[in-house]
Design a protein around this ligand. Structure first.
Ligand code: MN
Ligand code: MN
Length: 461
């Protein structure tokens, strides 16, 4: 490139061409830790528990409002075991603002219905109600695990986890054989498998008891009762989630990618978590939010629209005798969520000049939404400028990314709910291939650069 051209043109490079051997090895070891987190944190509850375990090991203490907090103190606050807020108290008081990063730890999945268990043709099934934006045809004929909690009649809570150990059985949803699919194969992709067909096989052996109908269902209930003390009525007060029983694996002969269930958005959640664990004595208070319910609109007590965040922050402000409104007005938030990576298999939906690409670093999204930026917070040029400087100063490789072509579809994140609180907010996260699929793919370098990006935000003065 001529000198003039290189001065005037904006040209990005694939991280593979620029990264040093030293940074590549940091990136690789970061990604090994991330894969371990993914393997354990398969649901919002399991991710919360694992995040608390890691935080406690690094000196974070459970927050209570009567604590005396001084700069450098590390605290966490679990929201009903399904969402988590962590903070490190800054040297500056909270009325000068906090540096916040907000990711979500819920992922698309199949929830069991409240009366799930039935038997048909001597096969026992669980009925499901899908959670979040799934493509239903992707969830048949793959191994599934079951994770969650059951609250028994006496109020005690039983943790259920079936299918995670290599010796465990897994669960399964059938599909038609091609030989009999002549009608199905002509249906639209979105209609070929329906929500009410996502019924999970849980058993097939009848118990030998005379005069009993539903002998297979009875045998499944016997097994559940022996292992977990569950009776059929207990499903009414249960939260059981079927997730893909597929471990995180390196993808590609060069091992440059990671395939896993739940990158959206645990890839940003882990970046935030690891960054706050690695932050020491920040100037401003650093706040890490791991939210629930983003995939269904951030509603409810554990979603980002919940007052739980206000209450946590106002209790921190009260301790310092400052106003929450001042704190929010001066705060900055990275809404850390994944975006879509350009996929050359489907060029028709992407806009090459503006799409994020794998191996080009953490992707900023000035806006999300759909149909003319609807339901998007649309960060200001000033905020984009601020993040540009922040990332440049910390050698964070980043790119700007838009989800896809105009009017091709769209999506949302928690950004607008943070921005509605009068907090300057911008979306940033890892570009994903096959987002919301049971096995999604991200680039290792992009994971690592997202960690570096969040770290830069926490350490911003
Ligand atoms: Mn997401
Ligand atoms: Mn999502």
């Amino acid at each position: 490139m001529s000198e003039k051209k290189s001065k005037l043109f904006y040209k990005q490079k694939n991280i593979g061409l620029t990264i040093s051997a030293e940074e590549k090895s940091l990136s690789d070891s970061y990604c090994e830790e991330y894969k371990s987190f993914l393997a354990v944190g398969k649901t919002e509850r399991l991710a919360t528990a694992e995040a608390i375990r890691l935080a406690r090991a690094r000196g974070f203490k459970e927050f209570s409002p009567d604590m005396e907090l001084k700069p450098g103190d590390k605290i966490y606050c679990s929201n009903r075991g399904k969402a988590l807020m962590l903070a490190i108290i800054g040297k500056k008081p909270l009325d000068q603002g906090a540096n916040i990063a907000a990711a979500h730890i819920d992922s698309p999945r199949l929830d069991l219905k409240q009366s799930p268990l039935y038997e048909d043709s001597e096969i026992a099934f669980f009925k499901t109600h899908y959670y979040g934006g799934i493509r239903k045809y992707q969830w048949v004929t793959i191994p599934l695990e079951l994770c969650g909690v059951v609250i028994l009649a006496d109020g005690s809570c039983v943790d259920v986890e079936i299918g995670s150990e290599p010796t465990d059985p897994v669960l399964y949803i059938t599909d038609l054989l091609p030989h009999l699919a002549s009608a199905q194969k002509n249906k639209k992709l979105g209609e070929a498998i329906t929500g009410e067909q996502l019924n999970i096989i849980v058993g097939s052996l009848p118990v030998d008891e005379d005069g009993e109908s539903d002998k297979v269902k009875l045998s499944v209930l016997k097994i559940l009762n022996e292992k977990y003390r569950i009776t059929e009525e207990d499903f009414l007060s249960a939260e059981l989630e079927a997730v893909p029983a597929i471990k995180p694996r390196d993808v590609g002969l060069d091992r440059s990618l990671i395939g896993s269930y739940g990158h959206d958005d645990r890839v940003c959640a882990f970046a935030e978590l690891k960054a706050i664990l690695d932050t020491q004595d920040p100037e401003k208070t650093a706040v890490c939010i791991l939210a629930d319910k983003e995939e269904i609109g951030s509603m409810g007590v554990t979603g980002m629209q919940s007052m739980a965040f206000e209450h946590f922050m106002s209790e921190l402000c009260d301790i310092q005798g400052v106003k929450l409104e001042r704190c929010f007005a001066n705060s900055f938030c990275l809404s850390a969520d994944v975006t879509s990576a350009y996929d050359p298999n489907f060029p028709e939906v992407y806009e090459k000049r503006n799409n994020a690409r794998i191996n080009y670093g953490i992707a900023l999204s000035k806006f999300t939404g759909s149909g003319g930026k609807s339901h998007s917070s649309d960060a200001s040029a000033e905020i984009v400028g601020r993040v540009r400087r922040m990332f440049r100063n910390e050698n964070v490789v980043w790119q700007m990314g838009e989800l896809g072509k105009v009017d091709e579809g769209g999506g949302g994140t928690v950004a607008m709910f943070m921005a509605n609180r009068n907090i300057d907010t911008i979306d940033a996260g890892v570009p994903v291939l096959s987002m919301h699929a049971p096995f999604e793919v991200v680039s290792k370098f992009d994971c690592y650069m997202t960690y570096k990006g969040v770290l830069a935000a926490y350490q911003d003065k």
